[in-house]
Design a protein around this ligand. Structure first.
Ligand code: PMP
Length: 293
């Protein structure tokens, strides 16, 4: 593991932030989950620019003057110093000291990146699929919290995840008051019906980068989907930086075996992230000493 803060690589155990950090009390930070993969030319970061751009949108919502270039450099420096071939990168910008009022003007801003060894947060469901339960919790409505990676938004995901795992499932699916599918706690949702791939659309869902990747790779219909319709699909899969393309093996009482459209997309995605697809090399930021010197 390698930590980086405000432009400096940190020795193990040397990271520090105040317990009065505004973000700790109110969730006033913005983060990303990014992955670096092993390629023939060494480790490369997948869709770094898109992740930084989304972080920037979250920062703008909080009026946070984030230095995206600095954070991008932090990602490359932390990855390089970690010595990891493949890694999970966690950039985070957060308000620290300066007051505990709800006015954020003038608060100290910290820029942080961690490069961690990779571990799939859903276990290892790429082959067998993940077991999902419909959540009794509603997703944060976009009119109350923008669907971006603001730290505080994730309490909602954590409540749903807790409920689902206590019930013996691995993941939770958010459905809105009208029975329409929103997303999972950390993934977007797709279904396959009669050979057609459908990207579930919902205004309360995070605009996922893996979702956009799938939609750029395959012709997809993008539309709202009800829970009842999802359960009648031939295949269901979820997408996320961490989950990549993970088949859904069960949704409540409904079960599926992993379908060929999901399998084929998984293989294509692996080729791209590992730099084996000439046509999508631009999505990879290779680590090289030149880029961090
Ligand atoms: N929804 C939520 C709530 C998430 O946290 C994530 C993970 N970032 C996703 C969807 C998938 O987004 P991405 O493909 O950009 O990782």
């Amino acid at each position: 593991m390698q930590l980086w803060m405000d432009g400096e690589l940190l020795q193990p155990g040397k990271a520090s932030a105040s317990p009065l950090a505004h973000a700790l009390h109110y969730g006033t930070g913005v983060f990303e989950g990014i992955r670096a993969y092993e390629t023939e030319e060494g480790p490369a970061i997948f869709r770094l620019d898109e992740h930084l751009e989304r972080l920037g949108r979250g920062a703008a919502a909080l009026d946070m003057p984030v230095d995206l270039e600095l954070l991008g450099r932090g990602c490359l420096e932390a990855l390089a110093a970690s010595g990891l071939e493949s890694a999970y990168l966690r950039p985070l910008a957060f308000y620290e000291t300066g007051g505990l009022g709800l006015d954020v003007a003038g608060l100290k801003l910290r820029h942080f990146v961690a490069a961690l060894p990779w571990k799939n947060h859903l276990g290892d469901p790429a082959s067998t699929g993940v077991r999902v339960r419909t959540s009794p919790w509603r997703r944060n409505p976009a009119g109350a919290l923008p669907p971006l990676k603001l730290c505080g938004n994730y309490v909602n995901s954590i409540l749903a995840k807790l409920e689902a795992t206590k019930a013996g499932f691995e993941e939770a699916l958010f459905v809105d008051g009208e029975g329409r599918v929103v997303e999972c706690t950390g993934e977007n949702v797709f279904m396959v019906k009669d050979g057609q791939i459908i990207a579930v659309h919902h205004g309360d869902a995070l605009p996922g980068i893996t979702r956009a990747t799938v939609m750029e790779l395959r012709a997809c219909q993008e539309r709202p989907v009800t829970l009842a319709e999802l359960k009648q699909a031939d295949e269901v899969f979820v997408t996320g930086t961490s989950a990549e393309i993970t088949p859904v093996a069960a949704l409540d009482e409904r079960q599926w075996t992993v379908g060929h459209v999901t399998r084929e997309l998984q293989a294509r995605y692996q080729d791209i992230v590992h730099g084996r697809s000439e046509s999508h090399r631009a999505w990879l930021t290779p680590f090289s000493m030149a880029s961090v010197s």
